[in-house]
Ligand binder design. Structure first.
Ligand SMILES: [Zn+2]
Length: 47
């Protein structure tokens, strides 16, 4: 089972998960709901 972590989009406030392999790299994450880019550090909620 792939390791994932949860983020909350600062644009639409929806939560979704991304692969843990992307965590901690300060990459731009793309929200699948609103298609906006944001940094992991901008996530409103991370688990
Ligand atoms: Zn969004």
């Amino acid at each position: 089972m792939p390791k994932v972590f949860w983020v909350q989009c600062p644009h639409c406030q929806r939560k979704y998960y991304v692969s843990v392999s992307l965590k901690g790299k300060n990459l731009d994450l793309m929200c699948p709901f609103c298609k906006q880019m944001f940094k992991e550090s901008e996530s409103l909620w991370t688990k």
